[in-house]
Design a protein around this ligand. Sequence first.
Ligand code: ADP
Length: 244
Amino acid sequence: MITFKNIHKAFGDNEVLKGINCTIPTGSVTVILGPSGSGKTTLLRSINFLERADRGEIILDDLHIDVETASKADIHNIRQHTAMVFQMYNLFKNKTALENVTEGLTVVKKIPKAEAKDKALYFLNKVGLAHKADAYPHELSGGQQQRIGIARALALNPDVILFDEPTSALDPELVGEVLEVMKKVAQEVNATLVVVTHEINFAREVADNIIFMDQGVIIEQGPPQELLSNPKEMRTKQFLSRYI
Ligand code: ADP
């Protein structure tokens, strides 16, 4: 379970998160929706301290972390349980697909090389790219690079996978293959998935729970059939009217 307790974050005098309280159940797929600039990415990144909130508490199962006093050890601990899939994939350009996946295993997890290679091939196969193991990022499409990014996250065997707008940098014709892989991950992997995206159809089909944010606050949340079909709040209705 991930719980946010009264999370605040400002960049200068721009208050981006204005007291976020919510719980994301273990094993669920939670999609965060909302207009650009509403604080979705900042909230996501606050979970693993890529962005450090100013005030509040992040609870991940039995780790209770007060963000103001969090130590290096706390941050290391929470990062051991999470993996991130970035908008721009962030692959090492001078490493092959396989090496991009093994890197975190050998360097962070200290897994022996041969074992890391087996694991990496297993997860490359899961995202349909075992045949591209020796390819370099520039030899792969954006969609394929993002699938490598997903394999890299899966290989770490995290409790929580954070997806930060994973399809928004892709050409439209490449979005589908990445969403398909994410759907498969949602079905087959036991982790909690938190996904910032504008893909409403993905949210409808795959999410257990949707959080709708606007201007640094959670406006409403609920299962897709409620939030998308029967939103209660005017701001949610206005936002969805652009998509549906
Ligand atoms: P969203 O993901 O909903 O588009 P973000 O969390 O990315 O929103 O951004 C929320 C607000 O915080 C925006 O106004 C953005 O410009 C600002 N912001 C995000 N990151 C930074 C940063 N590193 N420095 C300054 N302002 C930032």
